[in-house]
Design a protein around this ligand. Structure first.
Ligand code: NAX
Ligand code: ADP
Length: 307
């Protein structure tokens, strides 16, 4: 039986601001997401991270990216238009506390320069949230030094499973299943093989560490099953990790707890936006940007449960 990650557990991992804080101490998140065809994914992740309380956010545009089609803005222009507080470009002095990479990117069109930069992050020590088009960068024994948390949906999970050469998927694996047990067991095998924390998304999300710690979150409101909500989740997690990156050095298991908290906060925001408090599909339709907009009240609701 996979234990449930509850609101009290999640509340205990939040880091409310204090009088001794400044923007750096609140956590600096570096973000390398979005591409010519997916500027929106960058906007969604960046918006979600700001709304989760990150201190500073540096958006690093894709290197050598193709020109955007249809006269679309570049990801950087779209990000700045939506969130002008975002700092543009790679860190010049103080390094970022954590990174978010991959949402809205495609490994098939990644430039050599972009690959070199991403590999440099993996060879560093700042924790990294790895989503969507950057998941292929993680392999067993790849020599990475950065602690990583992977955020695959079921399709991406199956791809990772194959590339990790784990053989056939378990008999009880069901991509759309809501039974946490089989999902957590499969995620645990992948997490151990890749030496990574795995946040396997779905109606029921499971968060599993390489050491075998696992928790379930959900079922979440089914209104979440729309394009871009995963990009929002990645932004929430990036902000949470940046805020507590220093503690991760002494407490690597914190990455799993932050992953589980991000999934819970994401669901709370979606319930709030969709007016579906019971996560039973009542309420109203929402889109990913609505979920991002509802993070602050959801955060407040969760933080009020801190003991
Ligand atoms: N506004 C934007 O810019 C958006 C950009 N997005 C980006 O689009 C890129 C492609 O993402 P996709 O996930 O669509 O494409 P992928 O090609 O990674 O995966 C989609 C494939 O996986 C299969 N699959 C199996 N289980 C699935 C599940 N539970 N959820 C989703 N697919 C499942 C689907 O059948 C489909 O064939 C990513 O980089 C993503 O971040 C999306 O997040 C949508 C919004
Ligand atoms: N049926 C569902 N019920 C509740 N939540 C869901 C359901 N399907 C997907 N989700 C959630 O929606 C998000 C979708 O993320 P993802 O598949 O990465 O989409 P995208 O790449 O379009 O952002 C995840 O957080 C996942 O947990």
């Amino acid at each position: 039986m996979t234990e449930r990650w509850g609101e009290l557990d999640a509340a205990a991992t939040l880091r409310p601001p204090g009088p001794g804080d400044d923007k750096y101490r609140r956590g600096v998140l570096g973000v390398r997401t979005g591409a010519a065809h997916y500027p929106g994914a960058a906007v969604l992740g960046v918006s979600a991270a700001w709304r989760t309380g990150v201190g500073m956010l540096r958006y690093v545009p894709p290197v050598d990216d193709a020109a955007p089609p249809f006269g679309l803005p570049t990801p950087a222009a779209a990000v700045l238009a939506a969130r002008p507080e975002t700092v543009l470009g790679p860190p010049t002095g103080r390094p970022c506390d954590a990174w978010l990479i991959g949402s809205g990117t495609d490994a098939a069109t990644r430039s050599a320069a972009e690959l070199r930069d991403l590999r440099a992050l993996l060879a560093g020590d700042a924790p990294i949230v790895i989503d969507a088009g950057a998941l292929d960068l993680v392999a067993a024994g790849d020599g990475r030094t950065a602690p990583v948390v992977l955020t695959p949906h079921a399709g991406e999970f199956e791809r990772l499973w194959r590339s990790a050469r784990l053989g056939a998927l378990p008999d009880d694996w069901d991509a759309h299943g809501t039974d946490a047990g089989p999902r957590a067991r499969a995620a645990a095998r992948l997490a151990e093989a890749l030496d990574a924390t795995v946040l396997l998304k779905g109606s029921v999300t499971v968060c599993v560490s390489a050491e075998g710690w696992s928790r379930r979150i959900g079922p979440a409101t089914p209104w979440l099953a729309t394009a871009g909500t995963g990009d929002v989740l990645a932004g929430i997690l990036g902000a949470l990790v940046a805020g507590r990156a220093a503690e991760l050095r002494d407490d690597p298991g914190l990455l799993g707890r932050l992953g589980a908290t991000a999934a819970l906060l994401h669901d709370l925001a979606a319930r709030c936006a969709s007016a579906d408090a019971g996560a039973d599909g009542s309420g109203r339709p929402i889109a990913a940007a609505d979920v991002a907009a509802a993070i602050p009240p959801a955060f407040a609701e969760l933080a009020s449960q801190r003991r």
